[in-house]
Design a protein around this ligand. Structure first.
Ligand SMILES: C[S@@+](CC[C@H](N)C(=O)[O-])C[C@H]1O[C@@H](n2cnc3c(N)ncnc32)[C@H](O)[C@@H]1O
Length: 236
C-alpha cells in the first residue's frame, strides 16, 4: 500500500501534534485492509494514546469505539473527540489493560496500535485479560514495533548506545510473536507492515522531544533491524 488516502484527509497539524510514535493512523489504515469492520460494531481500541486511531475508526468505519489508555486521561481524549466530532461514537476510558472494565464477550473487535507489546508480550495476557472480553469470531488486529530477527543475545555494536534496554525487551521478531499466538486465533496472519518508512518519517519529522530523540536511532538502524509487525485473526 503506497497511498494512505484515508489518513491524508486528516489535518496534518492535528495528527502531528497527537502522534506518540510512528504515525498510528497510517498503521491502522494498512492494518484494517483485511479486517471488514461494519457499522455499529463495538470495538476496543486498546492503548489508544491520544485517540487518533479511535477517531479514525469512528470516522472511517462508523463503529462504536471504547478508547482505553493508561498514560492519557479520558478527559484529554474526550476534548480531542469533541474537536473531531466523534464524541457520540467514541467513549474514552482511563484504565490499565490488566483491569479492563467490560463485560465478558462484549466486543466484536479489538485493535491495538503501538501498544500491545507493552502488556501483551508474555504467555498469559491474551488468554487471561483480553480473550474473555471478545465475542467468538471477534476480529483481533494488532500492530506494534518489532525486530527482523531476535537481536537480544547479540546486539549490534552500533545500536548498543541507541536502543533503550526497556524498549528492547518488548521488541521481538515475527517468529517470537507467532509462538505466543499459536493455536489462539483462526485466519491467523502475522507479517511485516509496508508503512514502516512513512510511519516513522511522519513521527521523526515532528518536533516532539521523543521523536527528536529517536532520529539518531532510526538513521543508524537504516532499515536493518527494526520493523513494524501486524498480527490479525479471529477469536476461536
Ligand atoms: C507509544 S504509545 C502509542 C499510543 C497510540 N496507540 C498511538 O499509536 O499513537 C503506547 C500507549 O500504550 C499505552 N499503554 C501502555 N501500557 C498500558 C497498559 N498497561 N494499559 C493500557 N494502556 C497502556 C500507553 O498509555 C500509551 O498511550
Amino acid at each position: 500500500m503506497n497511498q494512505y488516502v484515508k489518513t491524508e484527509k486528516y489535518d496534518k497539524n492535528f495528527v502531528a501534534k497527537n502522534l506518540m510514535g510512528p504515525n498510528s493512523m497510517i498503521i491502522l489504515e494498512e492494518l484494517l485492509e483485511n479486517i471488514p469492520l461494519k457499522k455499529g460494531m463495538r470495538v476496543l481500541d486498546l492503548g489508544c494514546g491520544n485517540a487518533l486511531t479511535s477517531i479514525f475508526l469512528a470516522k472511517e468505519c462508523d463503529v462504536q469505539v471504547f478508547a482505553v489508555d493508561l498514560w492519557v486521561s479520558a478527559t484529554d481524549n474526550d476534548k480531542r473527540l469533541q474537536q473531531m466530532k466523534v464524541d457520540d461514537l467514541v467513549i474514552p476510558i482511563h484504565a490499565d489493560a490488566h483491569e479492563l472494565p467490560f463485560a465478558d464477550e462484549y466486543f466484536d473487535a479489538v485493535i491495538s496500535v503501538d501498544a500491545y507489546h507493552y502488556f501483551g508480550n508474555n504467555d498469559k495476557y491474551f488468554d487471561k485479560y483480553l480473550r474473555p472480553l471478545l465475542k467468538k469470531d471477534a476480529f483481533v488486529a494488532f500492530a506494534f514495533p518489532g525486530m527482523k530477527y531476535e537481536v537480544h543475545n547479540n546486539i549490534p555494536n552500533e545500536m548498543k548506545e541507541l536502543w533503550d534496554s526497556e524498549a528492547l525487551e518488548m521488541w521481538h521478531s515475527i517468529g517470537w510473536w507467532k509462538e505466543k499466538f499459536a493455536g489462539k486465533l483462526k485466519d491467523f496472519e502475522i507479517k511485516e507492515m509496508q508503512c514502516f518508512d512513512k510511519a516513522w518519517s511522519d513521527w521523526l519529522s515532528t518536533d516532539n522531544p521523543y521523536a527528536i530523540g529517536d532520529r539518531e536511532m532510526m538513521a543508524t538502524d537504516n532499515g536493518r533491524y527494526m520493523n513494524i509487525i501486524s498480527l490479525t485473526g479471529k477469536v476461536i
